[in-house]
Design a binder for this molecule. Structure first.
Ligand SMILES: Nc1ncnc2c1ncn2[C@@H]1O[C@H](COP(=O)(O)OP(=O)(O)OP(=O)(O)O)[C@@H](O)[C@H]1O
Ligand SMILES: [Mg+2]
Length: 261
């Protein structure tokens, strides 16, 4: 049954997106919609364009054609430039939390300061209120006791949980995850996955690029398999992982599901 958080209203719309790097066309007309409160995972071989697509959503890559919308507002605006575009994109980015493979925490800031920097600097949030919010988020990712610790004293899994708390501190409309667990030792993966599952239960809208097939299958409402810059197949994970339509999907899954399937 749908809750008020889960609707058929699009939160992220990717329409006919093309992106090239020089002669190499990396995205060849991608379409994908993530509805509010839904979790969509993107899987595919290395070099298929998954990160480029996710980075395009956040305008870390400038697309060559097509359009991307966040909650009905166009992200890419070829008609805008200069300061006007900078203001526009900063506003858009405040509504998207992005979590990368390599955490990208600020090494010179404590855990709590990493989490509160965005709300303070970008939203002008009062220091005390930002700290309360930051502590709440650190508690949510199980790291309240690490508030004053610097990133180099944290494990990879802890760093990634701080990175998630930092992204959440901006109270984003959508969270984008690019291989959030692939730089972690296997025993640290679950603590990050647990936090992501918690977000799913709270109906956070999420777009997740992952190599972890079991996680994608368990947590997603919808899965897209891409290869060579095109969407090969997209459907509910129950179908994609057990009975895909396309030969390319079968081959990929055969390689990546290994013995546990
Ligand atoms: N800044 C760039 N300049 C030139 N080529 C790039 C750039 N970024 C990515 N590419 C190329 O675009 C293609 C897609 O890269 P991308 O990082 O999106 O793949 P991916 O699906 O995320 O792969 P992986 O699973 O290894 O992370 C690759 O061939 C890559 O070499
Ligand atoms: Mg990638």
């Amino acid at each position: 049954m749908k809750t008020e958080h889960q609707t058929d209203t699009p939160m992220v719309e990717i329409r006919n997106v093309h992106k090239r790097f020089g002669d190499l066309e990396v995205l060849k007309g991608i379409d994908l919609t993530v509805n509010r409160g839904k979790i969509v995972s993107i899987i595919g071989p290395s070099g298929s364009g998954k990160s480029t697509l996710l980075r395009s959503v956040n305008h870390l890559e400038v697309i060559d054609q097509g359009e991307i919308l966040l909650d009905g507002v166009q992200v890419n605006r070829p008609d805008m430039n200069g300061l006007a575009f900078e203001r526009h994109i900063n506003h858009i980015r405040q509504n998207m939390g992005m979590v990368f493979q390599h955490f990208n925490l600020f090494p010179h800031l404590s855990t709590i300061d990493n989490v509160t920097l965005g709300p303070r600097k970008l939203k002008g949030m009062d220091k005390k209120i930002a700290r309360e919010l930051g502590m709440e988020l650190l508690d949510r990712v199980g790291l309240a006791e690490k508030a004053e610790v610097f990133p180099n004293h944290l494990s990879g899994g802890q760093k990634q949980r701080v990175a998630i708390a930092r992204a959440l501190a901006m109270q984003p409309k959508v969270m984008l995850f690019d291989e959030a667990t692939s730089a972690l030792d296997p025993e640290l993966v679950e603590e990050v996955n647990r936090v992501m599952r918690g977000l799913a239960e709270e109906h956070m809208t999420m777009l997740i690029v992952t190599h972890e097939m079991t996680f994608a299958r368990d947590v997603s409402d919808w899965t897209m398999f891409m290869d060579g810059g095109v969407v090969v197949e997209e459907c509910a994970p129950e179908k994609l992982f057990s009975n895909p339509d396309q030969e390319r999907t079968c081959n990929f899954l055969r390689k990546h599901l290994g013995d546990n399937h």
